[in-house]
Design a protein around this ligand. Structure first.
Ligand SMILES: [Zn+2]
Length: 480
């Protein structure tokens, strides 16, 4: 267990900007398939007051929960940050019973959380929803003692970050890793209101709908654009720079360097538009600076980037990855395979190759080699990653799939197919199967069918993966 954690943490740092803690949980979840249904949050309303001098957060979370399990529920388990104390729980403005205890996870004793159990006055039947308000307060001191060194989160005037990795809002689950295994497939809308000292600026992945200054404090109100699986909030004395669909929030001393990253983001948007057509941007994409060592992460339409990334061109790939998601066709699979992550991995390397003249094949070949001894890729085909709950493989195998497909089709045909596919499915959304069928129907290249058979429908691609040293070796096998 311990070793697998380390492997996943390293893999995610290299590969993408998804939350490292949750990436680790997903790695664990690779052992589980998806037969079990769960309680799912459909809406969060967070209302916080931050007292910087006292290093204190206080407020409430109102969570709408749907019972997707196969039985009626009388108790709801939540996890909250270990130094946050629950001071009350309400249902329709009436107090209800709860208990709380700070305890280690059953299967990870270095990780402690406040385990809360809320007792419902009446059973919540299948498919029914309920809204519960949880009041809490406390301070933040990160999770470095659990080995999660990027979680240095605390409350101080220079920088504050509130993110689910630190359980800063109540997350449905019991104190063990397996109870959190569905976390990245649960999508909810949210509203966040926070008041802070007036010299600070609150940034959140959602859309800023209100900003009010009153005496010495400033209130920010954000709302999600569309359902997401996480809420990230940062607070600092940000310098804000906006142009061409991108807003950058940088620390004063790094603003000039941040503008260079900002320019790279604009160039990436222009390039992807030239390849795959226009994209509707509901709100500016946000580049949000966080201090060194806090771990770059990303959500829908934003990226939290550490200062080091501003100096290191290679790290622009993470930014390209996130921007490319703006071109995603909505995934309507019942068990999402997250095939768009494979496409985003492809995009980050392809954009870096074009814009930065990066030699990317070396990195792609390392990813290929990292799969040599992996048993899951030999047992589960790409088409089943969603159903088998191993969507973390959509990043690596998906990258090889899309890179190979591009090489076999050629840039022009690949981009033309992507563009036409987006036009056809932009209103309805699509499944990976729709994409595969579209490519097969609209290309005249006869070798594509076998490639798709080996790389999407079956595990034939991965049974003897170590016969390939490079991605070029793979592509050559299918070249006629
Ligand atoms: Zn992604």
């Amino acid at each position: 267990m311990k070793d697998s954690k380390i492997i996943w943490i390293k893999a995610k740092i290299r590969l993408s900007a998804v939350a490292i803690l949750f990436a680790m949980l997903l790695g664990y979840s690779a052992q589980n398939n998806r037969s079990e249904t769960v309680l799912e949050p459909t809406f969060y309303e967070l209302s916080y007051h931050i007292d910087v001098k006292k290093e204190l957060l206080s407020g409430s979370a109102t969570i709408t929960i749907k019972n997707n399990s196969e039985k009626s529920i009388t108790e709801i388990p939540f996890l909250l940050y270990k130094l946050f104390e629950v001071t009350g729980v309400e249902l329709s403005d009436v107090s209800i019973d709860y208990k709380q205890e700070v305890k280690p996870f059953d299967d990870w004793n270095k990780f402690r959380a406040n385990a809360i159990t809320i007792k419902l006055p009446n059973a919540l039947d299948q498919k029914q929803s309920i809204s519960i308000r949880v009041y809490y307060k406390g301070t933040l001191k990160g999770y470095e003692e659990a080995g999660l060194h990027y979680l240095k989160d605390n409350i101080n005037p220079s920088f504050i970050i509130l993110r689910p990795d630190c359980l800063t809002y109540p997350i449905i689950g019991a104190p063990n890793i397996s109870s959190l295994r569905h976390i990245n497939t649960q999508k909810f809308n949210y509203r966040v209101s926070i008041d802070v000292p007036k010299e600070l600026h609150v940034v959140c992945g959602g859309k800023l709908v209100k900003q009010n200054t009153e005496n010495e404090s400033k209130l920010f109100l954000y709302e999600s654009h569309e359902p997401d699986w996480r809420i990230d909030i940062t607070i600092a004395k940000y310098k804000i720079y906006t142009s061409k669909g991108v807003t950058t929030y940088a620390f004063d001393e790094d603003l000039e360097k941040a503008k260079l990253v900002h320019k790279a983001m604009e160039d990436c948007m222009d390039l992807l538009t030239s390849w795959w057509g226009d994209v509707v941007i509901k709100d500016n994409f946000k580049l949000i600076q966080i201090p060194e060592g806090y771990g770059s992460q990303a959500g829908l339409n934003y990226i939290l980037q550490t200062s080091a990334a501003f100096d290191d061109k290679r790290q622009l790939k993470e930014v390209y990855h996130e921007i490319s998601h703006l071109w995603d066709v909505k995934n309507i699979e019942k068990f999402p395979s997250r095939w768009n992550e494979g496409l985003a991995m492809y995009s980050q390397f392809k954009v870096a190759e074009v814009l930065d003249k990066d030699i990317v094949e070396e990195d792609i070949n390392k990813i290929l080699v990292s799969l040599y001894d992996d048993t899951i890729v030999k047992e589960v085909a790409f088409k089943d990653y969603g159903y088998k709950n191993v969507t973390v493989y959509s990043y690596k195998v998906g990258l090889l799939f899309f890179w190979g497909l591009n090489e076999l089709l050629g840039n022009d045909e690949f981009n033309a197919l992507m563009k036409a596919f987006r036009v056809q499915y932009s209103n309805t959304g699509a499944t990976a199967e729709d994409f595969i069928a579209y490519v097969k129907k609209n290309t005249l290249k006869s070798n594509i069918g076998q490639f798709i058979q080996d790389w999407y429908y079956t595990t034939d691609c991965c049974l003897n993966l170590n016969q390939y040293k490079t991605i070029t070796d793979i592509v050559n096998k299918y070249k006629i």
